[in-house]
Design a protein around this ligand. Structure first.
Ligand SMILES: Cc1cc2nc3c(=O)[nH]c(=O)nc-3n(C[C@H](O)[C@H](O)[C@H](O)COP(=O)(O)O)c2cc1C
Length: 143
């Protein structure tokens, strides 16, 4: 990670958008964050329904609560079918459609993707998150 991206320890939330809490995505995150302290949020532990679905056990608000506490979001996703995981796709859609998207304004955001062969997915993934950052007023940083 570039020096300019380094922040106060408690300010980094690594969002692991893999089905595995300690798989290759978590491991890559650890390597990229390179000794910096961070909190890890495993999306597999939360029920986050698709936009338009309303179920009482939805846990999106819990994830938003954790996002609200930090200054820097590092998104990590495995490649699933030549794209970001469904976990990350749904999260981005839900965040962009929430009632108070202004809570994201000014926060830093980065993304990485890993997989057996992520070469065709890296650019589209960065484009999506860069665009997301632009729309939501976030500060996109390359890792
Ligand atoms: C449903 C599914 C689809 C996948 N599709 C791709 C793919 O299109 N390209 C690729 O490089 N890897 C693909 N993979 C492999 C994963 O990206 C790879 O094993 C990754 O390291 C898993 O990360 P994890 O250990 O965090 O779960 C796929 C895996 C799964 C489960």
């Amino acid at each position: 990670m570039k020096r300019s991206n380094q922040l106060n320890n408690d300010n980094i939330l690594f969002i692991n958008a893999s089905q595995n809490r300690n798989g290759n995505t978590a491991q890559t995150g650890r390597q990229l964050l390179n000794g910096t302290q961070y909190q890890q949020l495993d999306l597999v532990d939360y029920k986050i329904y698709q936009i338009g679905q309303n179920y009482p056990d939805d846990q999106f608000a819990e994830v938003v609560d954790q996002i609200q506490r930090v200054q820097y979001l590092v998104l990590g996703t495995p490649v699933y079918w030549h794209a970001i995981s469904g976990y990350l796709k749904v999260l981005l859609e839900r965040l962009s459609q929430m009632d108070n998207p202004d809570i994201l304004r000014g926060k830093k955001i980065s993304v990485f993707v890993q997989g057996a062969d992520p070469s065709d997915t890296e650019k589209p993934t960065k484009n999506v998150v860069q665009r997301f950052a632009n729309v939501l007023g976030m500060d996109y940083r390359e890792l």
